[in-house]
Every structure is written in C-alpha cells, then in structure tokens.
Design a protein around this ligand. Sequence first.
Ligand code: TLP
Length: 357
Amino acid sequence: MAGVKGGDVIDLRSDTVTLPTEEMLEAIRRASLGDDVYREDPTVNRLEEMAAKKMGKEAALLVPSGTMANLVSLMSNTRRGDCVILEAESHIYWYEVGGISTIAGLMPWPIRGYMGALDPKDVEAAIRPKDIHFPETTLVCIENTHNRAGGTIITPRQIEALSKVTRENGLKLYMDGARIFNAAVALKVDVREFTRHVNNLMFSLSKGLCCPVGSVIVGDSDFIERARKIRKMLGGGMRKAGIIAAPGIIALEKMIDRLEEDHVNAKLLANGIKGIEGLYVDLRRIQTNIVLVDLSGLGVNSNIFIAMLRERGLLVSSHSKNVIRMVTHFGIRREHIEKALAIIEETVRELRKRSKS
Ligand code: TLP
C-alpha cells in the first residue's frame, strides 16, 4: 500500500513517500523511448505537450526534481548577480541547499508573507531602485501551495495583484507550484486561474500525484529553450526519460481530482488534534493536505515527540523546534487518520503521566 509500509506504519512525513500505482508501473513498462537530449523520446514529448496545455503556457520541460526545477527556473529567468524577492519561509530559501546563491549566483531578498502570501506593497517596497550601489531586482518568486505556512493557498486574486507590481516594474513572476494542483482542487477552479498571472512555474509529479520522480517547468518557448540548456549544464539531460514521463502522463490524466480525498483527511486529522489538550492547530491554515501542529503547550520539543510517535508506528516530520508537520496523501485513508489520532492521544497521555511523576 502506497505510503503505509508493512500495513501498520502510518507515514505522514510527506506526500513525497507516495508510490506509483499499478497503472503507472504498467505505463513505465510499455513506454516508447528515445534519447531526450536529441528530443527523440516520444513519451517525454507527449508529457511536455500535455503539461504546457494544461497550464495554458507555450512549452514545458521535464526535470528530475522540484529542487532542480526551481534552480533551472531561477537561472533561466535571471542573470548572475541579480536580486530575487521571495518569501522568507519559501522552499527555495529554506530547503534547497542555498543553490540560489552558490550555483545561480543570485542574491535572495526574503520578505515575510502572511500565511505564505506576499503583500504586493511589501514586494514593491523591496524592489531595489536603479542605483550604482544596488543589484538589479529582476524576479519575484511565490510558492503555491506554501509548504512551511501549512499548505496554504495563494489565491488567483492574490497572484494577480502581485503580477500587477511585477509587470509595472519590469520584473518576472515565477511560481514554485510543487503542489499547485492541490490548490486548484481545493478551490475547485481550473489550474490556469493560478498560472495565467505568472510568467512561468514548476509543478511536481513526485508528491501527491504519486510518480516515482520528476517535476515539470512550464512557460513561454524562449524561457523553456533556455531552461533546456541550463538543465543540460546541471547534468539533468536524462536520455531515455520516457520511463519517468510515462507515469507523469497517468498522473495528469487520473491523479489530480483524487487530491480532494487528501484534503478531507487533512481536515479530519486537524479537527481531531484540535481536541487534544496541549496541542494547537491553526484551522485557518488547513486548506489542502498539510497539517502543522504546535507542541508548545506540551513542554516537549518536536524531536522528542516525533521519536515517541515513531515508536508507536506513526511517522511525522519536524517543521521547527515546537512544530511538527503531517501530510496526507494517496494510501492514507480515513482509518489511518483515526489510528494516527489514537497514537497521538496516547503519546500525549504518556507525556502527561511522565510530567506528573
Ligand atoms: N518539499 C519536501 C521537502 O524538501 C521539505 C517536502 O517533503 O515537502 N518546492 C516545494 C514547495 C516543496 O515542498 C518541495 C519538496 C520542493 C520544491 C522540492 O522538490 P524535490 O523534493 O522534488 O526536490
């Protein structure tokens, strides 16, 4: 069962632990292949065409990971030495080993958002004026859904307001849309409502959509041409990549609508946790498949709590010193949520007993 090993461990660390469906494995076996560096892999070509169409953009490029998608996109949108405005808790800033500086040669300019969303006024104020002393600001990055904010959605209207600022100031707007389909499914709108206000974006195949590997960059043809070359430079020319693209096609055809189930399960989990004394969940943030739980009221840090849950067969991840993260995904069903809640309750009870003795 995807994500639930041995039938009794419940893995809520991330939606990256999803495993490919039988249909995906079959598609991999049957995929027509060719050398994609020569652009001769028909399966890759088909996935890229499908992705571009779905996102309402001219072209697309398959890359091995979300991290490489972000790096390639940063480099394709800018020149070395440029300044990039991004959200202070964004994945690019937190979790990508500083590639934005060490490899892309860019200067990140982090600003704080509210529930993951940048305020257009703050963005405007952060743009470096043309001055001999300053690097040139050329790009604004947003993240949708926003991972560290708890899977929150940056709405089409919020993106539109940001795009007004970027357009008026001659900047580009890029979206790390690793989980953009979660946002579209949650708001019940076509994904193009989100993509039409950004110049380019990436989305992940290997998270809620269950593919073994891969992310796709989407944008106009010139941008994708540039991205293709940079991908090659970074070692991401994957040759017979139809093996990766084949499950991606199934993902786009069949795995998007079911994300709703993950959202229902996340709400179930969050509501259950809300009733446990010592734990705090901000229900406004439970918009998609991520649940952040603040443990401050328990008097233990996340690492200790995570280890205790693990002993009882529940895997979760650390967000920060006092906050843990749980992510619902394919393979996690209602009964796993109920069992996870029972484990969390039991662990909290055990901690209370210990603190009394
Ligand atoms: N996020 C992972 C970890 O790296 C934290 C996770 O478990 O959530 N953008 C966003 C918004 C992401 O959440 C991630 C992965 C990436 C990019 C990078 O994707 P990969 O893991 O494919 O490099």
